[in-house]
Design a protein around this ligand. Structure first.
Ligand code: ZN
Ligand code: ZN
Length: 162
């Protein structure tokens, strides 16, 4: 695959240039992601903030989890496509929602881990062999000890949802 990869929203007002592969790709089955994606799960690519450049006008919305953790969201002010999420406390990571659609780059955005499987729609089957995590505080902190603690991609992905 040759970088950079370009992508744009449905109306074309917002676009970005991605300069290298995502660090990790998650499929999240939580009820918030079901609302957001209008489908059984949403796919998020964790990207180093230095590896991506956005252009166009972005609107912002913030959601607070029960714990008080904030999940920030950027969207296109023209068509409303969700572009990326971020944690205000850690701007080094972009949680990319809008993915490129070209067939030759699709493999880069295949989920490596399924999270919040406890809220999964019963009619959707996760492919056998995929890594899955039932994501609650207890499970997250248990798996953290094996995966590089609070700097792990899992932790940085999941924290705003807890
Ligand atoms: Zn748009
Ligand atoms: Zn989710």
């Amino acid at each position: 695959m040759t970088f950079p990869i370009e992508a744009s929203c449905q109306c074309g007002q917002v676009s970005y240039v991605l300069k290298s592969a995502p660090l990790k790709v998650f499929a999240c089955h939580c009820s918030e992601c079901q609302k957001l994606s209008t489908s059984p799960f949403s796919v998020t690519a964790m990207v180093d903030a230095n590896d991506i450049e956005f252009s166009g006008e972005l609107g912002e919305w913030r959601r607070k989890a029960d714990s008080g953790n904030i999940n920030g969201a950027k969207f296109c002010t023209g068509c409303g496509n969700r572009i990326y999420h971020f944690s205000p406390s850690d701007m080094s990571i972009i949680k990319l929602k809008l993915k490129p659609i070209a067939a030759d780059t699709a493999y880069l955005f295949e989920p490596q881990v399924h999270v919040w499987v406890s809220e999964k729609q019963s009619w959707y089957e996760i492919r056998k062999g995929s890594r899955r995590l039932i994501n609650n505080r207890k499970v997250l902190f248990k798996s953290l000890s094996r995966q590089g603690g609070e700097n792990s991609h899992l932790f940085r992905f999941a924290l705003p949802y807890l």
